[in-house]
Design a protein around this ligand. Structure first.
Ligand SMILES: O=C(CO)COP(=O)(O)O
Length: 256
């Protein structure tokens, strides 16, 4: 955790979720409430097909809804893409950019990720910019170099603590059930904090740094308790309301 920073527990549903899954969003919306929601923010990023209905389900809940990607342009001939403005028009408030699965599946570069984050800012969205090293990069001792390069090239110069969240997701920990040790997470997050503070000053010191990769109810308390970890980006365990809420509620003990 970082003093005076409101943590964010975010779910990334990836390419999962039919209309029937809206029940899970309803349950999460009901479970996210004061006093915890005053201290810890909760967010679900369903597939774009469910975005508009999902936000309609959350009008009476502090649960935020976001998207998983946006195009770098505001509109135009880009078949299959959605713009940041369209997300905002559906009452989404966040967008994930640069997830490793998009970097791999769609050959997204740091340069493109930065342009997408800039498009998110223009639309008034908060961008969750994802970074993280591969297993090979880690094995060969390059993890911090990769983090440094991705932070410097993917995060726009105009980033602020309000407009930007960084998600550190070591690729080898995504969907594998394997997580780094707390000491490794602490080291990576301390490094990111120093890099961001050097570049953005106070904004960088307050920017939320999420950890992502095999977060589940059983390890949430330990991982969320690490210094400079200001929340989680959760894949698989965010699909079930009970698991997502159990992770969210790990903060009850951490903030007590
Ligand atoms: O990629 C992730 C979130 O963006 C993490 O996925 P898992 O929680 O399923 O490992």
């Amino acid at each position: 955790m970082t003093p005076d920073v409101r943590p964010l527990v975010a779910g990334n549903w990836k390419m999962n979720g039919m209309r029937a899954s809206l029940d899970q969003i309803k349950m999460i919306a009901e479970g996210v409430r004061p006093p915890l929601s005053d201290k810890v923010e909760a967010l679900i990023c369903p597939p774009a097909t469910l975005l508009y209905v999902a936000t309609a389900l959350c009008t009476d809940s502090p649960l935020a809804i976001g998207a998983q990607d946006c195009h770098q342009n505001p509109s135009g001939a880009h078949t299959g893409d959605i713009s940041a403005e369209m997300i905002a028009d559906c009452f989404g408030t966040y967008v994930i950019v640069g997830h490793s699965e998009r970097r791999t599946d769609h050959a997204e570069t740091d340069h493109l990720v930065r342009a997408k984050a800039e498009a998110a800012f223009v639309a008034g969205l908060t961008a969750i910019i994802c970074i993280g090293e591969t297993a090979d990069e880690r094995r060969t001792g390059q993890a911090l170099d990769v983090i440094k390069r991705q932070l410097s090239a993917s995060v726009p110069d105009g980033a602020t603590a309000k407009s930007t969240v960084i998600a550190y997701e070591p690729i080898w920990a995504i969907g594998t059930g394997v997580t780094p040790t707390s000491a490794d997470v602490e080291k990576a997050h301390a490094f990111m904090r120093a890099e961001l503070a050097a570049r953005f000053g106070d904004e960088g010191r307050k920017m939320r740094l999420l950890y992502g990769g095999s977060v589940k109810p059983a390890n949430a308390h330990e991982l969320m308790g690490v210094a400079n970890v200001d929340g989680a980006l959760i894949g698989g365990a965010s699909l079930k309301a009970a698991d997502f809420l159990a992770i969210y509620r790990a903060y009850e003990a951490l903030l007590a």
